[in-house]
Design a protein around this ligand. Structure first.
Ligand SMILES: [Zn+2]
Length: 484
């Protein structure tokens, strides 16, 4: 029996839920007039930003935000629709167009790179300009990232945090340049690319010059940094974590306790907590409790970077919103969205909006739809009819409140849509139904949201182009338009 049917069996009917939930809804939602008065009092902050924190919810389109918000509210025992995620409380925001040089729909490499460099490129490439050709190494096409410019030109400290491999496309777009996102270790780098002067992404992170290298980098991806002799992928024999740790005041860490110690000691920290990606949060506490959460990594990074005399720039990516969406694992994906909200809440509480610009956005969207449901119904469940039984569609089968456009939950060729009545749709391994079967759900090309607070946050408004977000952050930091 599904959760919502259990609720109905217990007599918890929707109208009673709505009445109770109204007491716990967001102040701005509960009192629109007070929200207007707060907006009328709001003044733009044109001052330079000491710090910039960019959060990327990978694959976090508008419908994913809505579904995450509802699930977060319901898990908190409140009404989902009127609940606030942390970034719902930011004063400014707008919509962002997300295409690539060669596609209506972008991947994470171009999407993140457009935000972190101000240049669109082709799908699959990062830290390079729009003339780049797929997999063709041409270092003259490299463009500096916001983080590299902020450190070199302004002396800012730099941090990068992700639940993916730290060499995965989105985090790599903060510190690396590659015409192929797959060149994560030297074993992944074609000989022709090496001869043309390209370096794998892991080596770019560790071997970077002092004036651009991140001060703290936390995520997964250990296998891309270690030689085969140590269980990694590298064929050049380099032990990159050992090289990092051998530098003065530097530490390589692999669990929460050693991370917190290294941060307390003020070291430059490379934290690699998994061979590739950190486990989904729905699994992490049971399979790897020693791995820090996204919120814990964010807190560690802000604590470490907060000691920098000239301020800092930090990228935090919630990678598994996207990776779980690809696999049709809806509970896991939305749980990662809630984890992102916790990390944003931590950043908002640890920083001063007078001097720290925080932007929360996505690199691209995913094809999730919210198709109906009562206010008190479990958002992971089925749309209910008036008699408390699933409402049936034209094919005689029930319809989930949340459905994917594409993905592994689509029907096989020649097979019909499965009957979901009686299926536990809340299970963490349940593959959500999709309209069209694809082995991996497709990214989608509609606009994504952006939310902002702090200096120059008022410039995050209206209909924006993805590279414009780079310009807002550049302006907030008072970096010149072009790198010297
Ligand atoms: Zn993806």
């Amino acid at each position: 029996m599904t959760v919502f049917r259990l609720r109905r069996a217990l007599g918890v009917i929707a109208p009673a839920c709505v009445a109770a939930f109204a007491l716990t809804s967001s102040p701005a939602i509960a009192n629109p007039q007070a929200a207007l008065e707060a907006a009328l009092e709001r003044a733009p902050n044109p001052a330079p930003a000491r710090n910039v924190i960019l959060f990327i919810g990978d694959g976090m389109g508008v419908s994913t935000v809505t579904a995450t918000r509802i699930l977060a509210g319901q898990r908190a025992g409140a009404d989902g629709a009127s609940y606030d995620l942390a970034f719902d409380q930011m004063p400014y925001g707008g919509l962002v167009r997300t295409y690539s040089v060669d596609g209506l729909v972008t991947d994470s490499a171009n999407g993140a790179s457009a935000i972190t460099t101000g240049y669109r490129t082709i799908n699959g490439a990062l830290g390079v300009d729009g003339e780049t050709r797929r997999g063709v190494c041409d270092p003259t096409r490299n463009v500096p990232t916001l983080a590299q410019r902020a450190k070199r030109e302004l002396g800012k400290a730099v941090g990068v945090v992700s639940t993916a491999a730290i060499t995965d496309a989105s985090p790599a777009a903060f510190y690396a340049h590659s015409p192929a996102r797959s060149w994560q270790s030297d074993a992944d780098l074609p000989a022709a690319a090496r001869e043309a002067g390209c370096v794998d992404i892991a080596a770019q992170l560790v071997m970077a010059a002092d004036d651009i290298r991140p001060d703290i980098a936390l995520g997964g991806g250990l296998s891309f940094f270690q030689p085969k002799s140590a269980g990694g992928r590298r064929e050049d024999g380099q032990d990159l974590p050992a090289l990092w740790a051998a530098r003065p005041d530097s530490a390589f860490v692999t669990d929460r306790d050693s991370l917190n110690l290294a941060v307390a000691e003020g070291r430059d920290v490379l934290g690699l907590f998994a061979p590739v990606h950190i486990p989904h949060e729905v699994n992490r506490p049971s399979v790897a409790p020693q791995i820090p959460t996204l919120e814990e990594m964010t807190r560690a990074a802000i604590t470490r970077l907060g000691t920098a005399p000239e301020g800092y720039v930090l990228l935090v990516e919630a990678a598994h919103i996207d990776k779980a969406h690809h696999a049709g694992l809806l509970n896991a994906s939305l749980t990662e969205g809630i984890e992102l909200s916790k990390a944003v809440a931590a950043a908002m509480s640890m920083t001063d909006p007078a001097d720290t610009l925080i932007i929360v956005t996505a690199d691209h969207s995913h094809g999730l739809t919210l198709n109906g449901g009562g206010r008190g119904d479990d958002v992971l469940g089925l749309i209910q009819g008036p008699a408390g039984e699933p409402r049936l569609a034209g094919d005689g089968l029930p319809v989930p409140i949340l459905l994917y456009a594409t993905g592994p939950g689509g029907a096989e060729a020649g097979a019909g849509r499965p009957d979901l009545d009686g299926v536990d749709l809340t299970a963490i391994d349940h593959v959500r139904q999709a309209g069209v079967r694809l082995g991996s759900a497709a990214h989608t090309g509609e606009d994504v949201p952006a939310y902002a607070q702090g200096p120059s946050a008022h410039l995050v408004t209206g209909s924006m182009d993805q590279p414009y977000l780079f310009q807002v952050m550049r302006h907030a930091l008072r970096l010149p338009a072009e790198a010297p």
